[in-house]
Design a protein. Structure first.
Length: 145
């Protein structure tokens, strides 16, 4: 009986992780579409768009460094899905506020040049990726599913 319960919990965890992987892939596809559309990469060249997307995400990670641990850790620690979903707009607002305060010193365009729509476009995908990654890590390392 105990073995079946453990097997069921393992399957539920695996199913959840596959769901997280699917969401990560959808977000990455949206990131490529956003980089193509906002970056003026028409006609669509998939290799170039993927390369520009990867470079943009890498610059975000390098620009803010360990600050990205905060949304990952929060998403891993918060249990209900509604709580993790609420982190997305809060995370974007947090990064936009951080950008307004410290962005130009870190090599990012000032917020008045970037504008609010540009700032939302800049942080929507990376914050979503960090939250889904944190949620997957929370699922992976949580003792009880």
């Amino acid at each position: 009986m105990q073995a079946r319960a453990t097997e069921g919990a393992l399957m539920a965890r695996l199913k959840s992780l596959l769901g997280h992987l699917a969401v990560l892939l959808v977000i990455l596809i949206l990131a490529v579409a956003l980089a193509t559309w906002r970056g003026g990469l028409w006609p669509f060249d998939p290799r170039w768009s993927v390369m520009v997307t990867g470079a943009g995400l890498a610059l975000q990670v390098m620009g803010w460094g360990l600050v990205w641990v905060v949304p990952v850790a929060l998403a891993a620690l918060i249990r209900p899905l509604t709580g993790r979903l609420a982190l997305w707009p809060l995370g974007m607002l947090g990064f936009i506020a951080l950008h307004a305060a410290l962005g130009p010193a870190r090599g990012f365009a000032p917020l008045d040049v970037l504008g609010w729509p540009g700032a939302v476009a800049l942080y929507a995908i990376p914050v979503a990726l960090a939250l889904v990654l944190g949620s997957a890590l929370g699922t992976l390392f949580r003792r009880h599913s």
